[in-house]
Design a protein. Sequence first.
Length: 105
Amino acid sequence: MAVFCNRCGTGLPGSARFCSNCGAVISVAQPMPGRPLVRPHVGRQIAGVCLALAQANGWDVAVVRIFAVIGFFLTSGFVGVAYVAGWIGIPEEPIELPGAYPPGI
Ligand SMILES: [Zn+2]
């Protein structure tokens, strides 16, 4: 995977840490922090799609819901179709069962 210098735009091999043209440090894109894209059980309103998107991207869930409702009317329901697609496509958060007690048995 090729990377590009943020300062001068020179194309560099994916393993480069410094630009061979200008010497700038190459910052490798890190994966998004936060949770995987799953629909949580706690805090969901309908199916947890907005909550899943908010938690996976670090957004405020209230903002995501407001945009979803506004988008539903502005796009004549396309967001609703996308919501159902997310309902089907985004897996549920696995249920964490309590372990055996005492632990280690
Ligand atoms: Zn450079």
